[in-house]
Structures are given as C-alpha cells and as structure tokens.
Design a protein around this ligand. Structure first.
Ligand code: PLP
Length: 494
C-alpha cells in the first residue's frame, strides 16, 4: 500500500519532524507552577512524527476520499448540490472583508454594511417580501426564526394559536422547527397527485392553527397549482403561510413566494445561491417577511439612513438576536457575489435550466423505475424502487451501487410518502453529457437488478470501505486512532 494511504500513525518514525522552528528566545516557564497538577500529563501525547511532505500527502489523500461537487455529480434531491463558482471565493477572500471585525465602529465598515443591506434588498426582491434578516445560519434555523416571529405576532395580537400544519411530504426540519418553537405539529396528507389536499386543509384549518408550512415546488418536485386558493384558506381562518425556500432553485425570476401569498420565507443560501454546502455548515438561512411581521424581525437590523448604513437595535417588538453578530458574513459575501454576477436574467436562466435538466433525466429514467408522480416536474423529481424491491433489491442497494461509478447517490427514502423513494435533483450546472452518463449508469443498475442482483446487493465494490452500520457510525463514530480501530480495520478491510 502506498504510504499516504496508510494511517498517519503507521508511518510515524521516532524523531521525525515536519517543522523547523527557530530556537525560542523567551524564558521557559515552569508549567508545574502555572497549571493545576491534575491537568498536567504524566506522559507526552503520542502524536505522529512525520515530515511536512508526509503530512501534506496524508491530508490530500484524505480529502480525495471525500466526495464533493468539485469532483463529481451529486444529484442529492432537495439539497441543490450545484457548482459553487470560484469567483465567490475570490471576493470573500478580499482583505477588505477578511480583515474587519464586527466590533469595529460602523463608520469604518460602511462597505460591509452596504453589502449586507443590498443583499437584504436583493433577497426581498427575489422572494417578494418586504424585509429580510440575514442572521439565521441554516435553513432549519431560518424556519425556527420565522416561526418565533409568527408566535410573537400572534401574541402581540392577543391570539393563542397552538398548531402548525405541515404536509406529509414536508422536510423533517419543518415539524422539528415548529416543535422547538413551541407549536404542536399536525401532518396533513397529500392527495393522489402528491399535492396539498384542499379538503384535508379545510378540515384542519381552524382558530388553533398558527401557520401552514409549505415548500413550492414541494419535495416531490411538483408545483402546488392551487397555491392562491391554499393561501386564501389559511388567511381566511387567520393563519399565516410559511414558505420553506429550500426549493427556490425552481422559481427564481419566474414567480415569488410573495406573489403566491406567503407571509414568511426562508432561503438556503447554501443551496440556491451557491455558497458551500454540507459538513454541517457554515450555511445561511435568511428569512423574509411581509410588512405585518416586520416589527418582529431579529435585531440588530442593518438599515440605511440617508447615505449611511447603520446597525439598529431599536425594535422593541423584535424576537431578539438569533445568531452572533449579523450572520455568517463570509457566506453572505459569496451569495451576494453570485446574485450580482448572475443578474436577474441569469437567475431566471438558472431555474429554467434546473427544471429542464430534471425533466430530461426524468424522461430518460421513467421507463426503468416506477414513477409515482409521472408529470412535468420542477427542479427535481422522485422515482420509486418498488419494482426492484420485488426482485429483492432495495433502493439503498442501488444507492450503494452508484458509488462504484463515482456518483453521489440521490436522496433516498425521502419524502416519506413515496415507497422506496429516490429523489433526484440534477441542478442547472451539470452538462448534458453528465446527465446522460448518470442515466446510463442508473439504467445499467436497473438491468443488473434483473440479471445479476448480487452485484447490486453486495455493492459498493470499489470504495475504500464497504457497507457500514450507518446508525452505529452516526451515533458512535470512532474518531480517534485506537487499538480498536486497528482491529476494526481488519474486519472492514480499510
Ligand atoms: C425542503 C427542505 N427544507 C429545509 C431544509 C433545512 O435546511 P438546512 O439543512 O440548511 O437546515 C432542507 C435541507 O435539506 C430541505 O431540503
């Protein structure tokens, strides 16, 4: 095995160093005097002793084992894994942005505040809302922020509404955010077309309902055509309409949540607006609101007074601060760069291409898989592996087989209302050749299920490790080098 594919502890040699620091010219301190006895080590830490080159190869090899949008297709439905243009990075790394501090006097950071203000304005225009906060650092935190505003609005108006409705196709964060915000979640079943069932909605709407949370297009990739009627039903009974903007890649420049009748929106900048995504962050989930909710926006707010940009805390009805400072600033710079380089026409083309790509792939794959909602979709679509399940092969097996071809699998088993679900979102940034190649592999896997199911059932065959106990790996990951890892290594053939 080449050296850099070994664990770094295995290539360690006593006395080898990866740094050459000059002799210290400050007096050594006696640690024993300064540090409580129980915090002092008895033996030195057993760190690997390697050269700088060995270290670089080790980390480069590790990074190559990771799958990201820069090294492969990533059709992970609902996650909009699109290309992150490198110009975003160039701009975010300008010293004028990286060398400032949130505690600097506002006069000295007018450029940064201008960028934040203009991003708020751009996102308000894109969503059809009256004002935007940039503070939340994820979609889920945006949802929670929006619902806390709903709560504050209702309380201020003397209303005690306790329930939030979510369709059965909703992303799991929707009910979770509603619960954390103190509401009871009620799930409403979709109709046979996969859309909101208006009769069910009418049945559930009453004076207890604070809001309906929806994403449009929904997680099946289908546009809720009755959205104006849905908004009317919710508003007529005194509720608010919340837009989960994770699927905004389908509607840019075409329509806005505001036009559809929504009162609150969150966007995932790390999806639609090309900021880096995954690995737990940092993300950004700005929230936009219609004017009736404006007093409840988090503080501080970035505002413009004459020609100056100010940080304003003076909003007594605000729900308060939801994030340190003004949000994930570097991420906000990247999203602003993207919006300004694309312009309104470019953003409209984004959605047109995203929808075209999804429908192209859908039509290619539908003959080989069950398609529970076979109709024109928006930016993503769902297939079902129920046909393959009859041959004893599950959607999970097919997802694992895709790894052998260097593809990140689509989202699987979500939304929950589709049996053996595969949720595919190709995004606008992929070429026709990539879509064709992916379709060919999916078709090959469908054939393998018929002709040689074992190859799918035992996949992956080409990755460094095979199948993990995923629950165990998530709940009790082994993150440290220990003797047990060495044993484990034998069994999982690292
Ligand atoms: C439809 C939908 N809503 C909300 C979210 C939550 O966003 P985040 O992961 O940024 O918290 C996601 C994330 O995948 C999503 O797909």
């Amino acid at each position: 095995m080449v050296e850099y594919n070994k664990l770094i502890f295995e290539i360690s040699r006593p006395g080898r160093v990866g740094s050459s620091l000059p002799e210290s010219d400050v007096d050594a301190i006696d640690l024993k005097e300064k540090i409580p006895q129980h915090l002092i080590r008895d033996v030195s830490a057993e760190l690997p002793e390697v050269s700088e080159l060995q270290l670089i190869r080790h980390y480069t090899a590790l990074s190559n084992k990771n799958h990201g949008i820069d090294n492969g297709f990533y059709p992970l439905g609902s996650c909009t894994m699109k290309y992150n243009p490198k110009i975003n990075e160039d701009v975010a790394h300008l010293q004028g942005f990286t060398h400032i501090h949130p505690y600097q006097p506002v006069e000295s950071v007018q450029g940064a505040l201008k960028l934040l203000y203009e991003l708020q304005e751009d996102l308000a225009e894109i969503t059809g809302m009256d004002a935007v906060t940039l503070q939340p650092s994820a979609g889920a935190q945006g949802e929670w922020t929006g619902l806390m505003m709903v709560k504050a609005y209702l309380e201020h108006n003397g209303e005690k509404r306790t329930k939030v409705l979510v369709p059965d196709s909703a992303h799991g964060t929707n009910p979770a955010s509603a619960t954390v915000a103190g509401f009871k979640t009620v799930t409403i079943p979709s109709n046979e077309q996969g859309l909101v069932d208006l009769n069910e909605l009418r049945k559930h709407m009453n004076s207890d309902v604070a809001a309906l949370m929806l994403t449009n297009p929904n997680t099946l990739g289908l546009f809720e055509k009755e959205i104006i009627e849905i908004a009317k039903i919710v508003h007529d009974s005194g509720g608010l309409l919340y837009y989960d903007g994770a699927n905004a890649n389908a509607i840019l420049g075409k329509t806005t949540p505001g036009q559809m009748g929504f009162d609150i929106v969150h966007l995932n900048l790390h999806k639609t607006f090309t900021t880096p995504h995954g690995g737990g962050g940092p993300g950004a989930g700005p929230v936009g609101v219609k004017s009736k909710l404006l007093p409840y926006l988090p503080v501080p707010r970035i505002e413009k007074q004459k020609d100056n940009y100010v940080i304003d805390y003076n909003h007594p009805l605000s729900i308060g601060r939801v994030k340190g400072y003004y949000g994930n600033f570097g991420i906000l710079v990247r999203a602003y760069t993207y919006i300004r380089t694309m312009g309104p026409e470019g953003l409209r083309q984004v959605s047109e291409s995203a929808v075209l790509h999804a429908n192209y792939l859908r039509k290619k794959l539908e003959p080989y898989f069950d398609a529970p909602y076979s109709q024109i979709c928006k930016h993503e679509f769902v297939l079902s592996g129920s046909r393959q399940k009859k041959q004893g092969v599950r959607t999970l097996d097919m997802a694992k087989r895709l790894l052998d071809f260097g593809y990140h699998p689509p989202t699987i088993y979500f939304p929950l209302n589709v049996e053996e679900c595969l949720m595919i979102e190709p995004t606008e940034t992929e070429s026709k050749e990539t879509l064709d190649a992916f379709a060919d592999v999916m078709i090959q896997i469908a054939r393998e299920v018929e002709e040689n199911p074992d190859i799918v059932l035992n996949a992956p065959h080409t990755t460094i490790i095979g199948r993990l106990d995923e629950v165990q790996a998530a709940r009790q990951p082994i993150l440290r080098y220990t003797k047990e890892v060495e044993l484990e290594k034998e069994t999982i053939k690292l």
